[in-house]
Structure formats: structure tokens, C-alpha cells
Design a protein around this ligand. Sequence first.
Ligand SMILES: *Cc1c(COP(=O)(O)O)cnc(C)c1O
Length: 433
Amino acid sequence: MIIHEHFDINENGHLTIGGLDAVELAERFGTPAYIIDENAIRARCREYLGAARCEFGEDALVLYASKALCFTGIYKLAAEEGLGIDCVSGGELYTAKRAGFPAERIYFHGNNKTDRDLSDAIDMGVGRIVVDNLDELAALSREASKRGIVQSILLRITPGIDPHTHKAIVTGNIDSKFGSAIATGQAMEIVKAALASKGIDLAGLHCHIGSQIFDVDPFADAADIMIRFIADIKRECGYEIRELNLGGGLGVRYTEYDREISYTDAIADIAKIVRSFCVTHGIKMPKVLLEPGRSLVAAAGATLYTVGSVKQIPGFRTYVSVDGGMPDNPRYALYQSQYTALIANKADKPKDLRVTLAGRCCESGDLIGENMELQSAERGDILAVLVTGAYNYSMASNYNRIPRPPVIMVKDGEAKVAVRRETYEDIVKNDVL
Ligand SMILES: *Cc1c(COP(=O)(O)O)cnc(C)c1O
């Protein structure tokens, strides 16, 4: 096992992903390629849903925050596993629809939904629209009234929690482009506006405090604040909030320096706290929703590359360059995210090099990591970066007109193309002049 149990080493000393030889996968599908272990995702879906129903009650729902890894097949998988989904754009809604995802289990998010997004979402019959602000509430009320329907919504509330993760991915603070803050009075203002709006059914509240969180404490703080707020709404407006969506954000082990985390235990701890706060504040236990993205899909993925140039700069460092980089994994450039890398065809050899892993773009910041431990690398080696299932393919770009890699799903000893590799023809297909 390397970091997660579906990464291992076989008798040839090669890395295996879900039991398949990574070097053979690279030969068969080419590089770079995203490899996703389907069983690892399904196991996480079952763990989350099982724990949520056991701890919060049978009506609890787990929504897959699909921005983490988005393509048609993943929505089919989420539907089969009985999850709901969180979509944040017209493009994600369109993909979910194409996959035949049940519309009533779609929650539509976003801090700046366009009028077209709102119309599309209503016409698709999405279960809930998570309304971010007063402008959007007014626009949605107009669209719903025009059609003579009542749209169920959640309101995105900012509880004002700093979960002590990287600033760029903290979204629960008061100073945030997302939602309405309780502390400023804007949250109560939008609740009252929603209750007074035509064509709007206020089903519940939503908060999302950040990402890559390993402690339960920030969730406990958020739940405390949200449940107090539900009690305030009951007192001030005489209205009972029925649903509480506590967002996503539980962490994932990327390197051996990250802690192990049990999602079952985390959910049990959060549930205990939610139940006790409901009793303390005298409200009925709402239907609880959890909204994980990263923790459902990150660990399942690995990216395979071919090593090109290896450049030792005496007195400085060793650059190992691969045939991908920031176009397929922008997370080091964005957040200095840490990863585990290894040479797939030398996986049983000691890591005796310390390297900077570089991409192939004309951009000095095009790095996958610095100070990474690696086996001695040479041109032609297959290099694997582990735990790339989340926010890699979904954040990929065509910078430098580099085609996006394919997504290969492995399951029970078989590998299938889920998203094919882009071609140069794909790259120019929208060029009109
Ligand atoms: C990104 C996001 C999530 C998922 O966060 P993870 O850290 O990937 O679990 C959930 N809800 C909302 C609203 C988000 O924006």
C-alpha cells in the first residue's frame, strides 16, 4: 500500500492502481493519462451514505460536489450509488442531464448564477436551488412566478468560520464572495425576503466552510452557529427550517505527512454535536445533507506521465520534466498543493532523489511540486502522481494548446476509457477564422 490501499507494488516492482500495472496502463492508453479506480470511489460513496443515514436518520442525503471530478460517467456512478449532486454551472447541469441524473436530487449552487442558468435549472426541475444573495432571489422569484411554479431553495449562509486551511480555499469567512453572513444581519434579511417572495419555498440553509479540513471542530462550530440561527428564525419569523446542508470539506491524505482520516468517525462526531445543539436550542432535527467532493474522488485517482528531460543544476536542484504539468494539474501553481510521486517502473526502489517536478509549459510556475522525493529518474520512465482524482481533470486547461489527457476508469481488473484523449482537431474545432 502506498498512501491508499488501492495503490500497491507488484512482483515486477511496478506500481499498481486498483490491481492493474501502471506501466501497462501507460503503454496501452499513452501519457499523460488520468487513471481512476472506480471501486475506490464507490466504496467512499457507500461509506458516506451509510454513515450519514445511520447517524442523521434515513432521510439524510449525501451530495457529490461534482466540480471535483466532472464527466458524464461520474454522474451515472453517483446516481447508481444513490447520492444527490451539487452542480455549480450550466455546463455541469447539462452533463448531469446527459447522464440521466434524477433532477430532484440536484442542488444547484453558485455565487453568480446567470438568468440563463436559473431558467435552465428551473426547466430541468432541479430539486433545490441554493440561493446566494438578494439579487438572485429576486431573479429566481421572477422566473418561477412567470412559470406559475414554486421553486424549493436553500439559502447559502456564511457562518464566519476560519477552518485554518489555505486562505485561497477558505470560503466560510465573513469576507467572502459566497453567501450571506449571519454576523452582518444579511442572513436574516435574506431569510425574511425569501419567506416573502412569490414562487419560493424556503426548504433550508446551506453552509460550506472550506476544504481539506481534518478536524471536526470547525464543523462543530459551524453546526452550532447554523442551529442557533435556525432557532432565531423560528423565534423571529415563526418558520421552521426543514433542511440543513453542512457542505463538504473533509480532508484527504495526499502524502505520508497528512493524517489518516475516518469519514465514518467524522460523520458520527458531527452528528452527535448536531443532535445535542438541536436539543439545546429547542428545534426539531432537520434533514441533514453532506456535500463532499474531494474526499469522494481524490484518493481514487493517479496521473501517469512519461519522464522527458532530467536536469541537474549543480548547487541548486534537479528538475525532472514530464509530458504534462499545469494544464492537467494546476494545483501546485494555485495553492502549492503537496503530492506523492514515484517512478511507476521502479516503484520498489528507494527514493534517493529530491527533485522539482516540472511540466512542459512555457511558464516557470509550471510545476507539479518541489522538494519531492523520487527514485532516480531517466528519460522514458513512467512517473505517477498519486491522489489526483479531485480538482485535476475538472480544472484542466488547454494552455499552450496542449490536449487534455483521457480519463481511464479501472474496475475489477479491467480498464475503460471514460473520457477520450483530446486531439489537435478538438483543439481547433471552435476556431472560426
Ligand atoms: C467545493 C464545494 C464543496 C466540496 O468541497 P470538498 O472540499 O471538495 O469536499 C461542497 N460544497 C460547495 C458549495 C462547494 O463549493
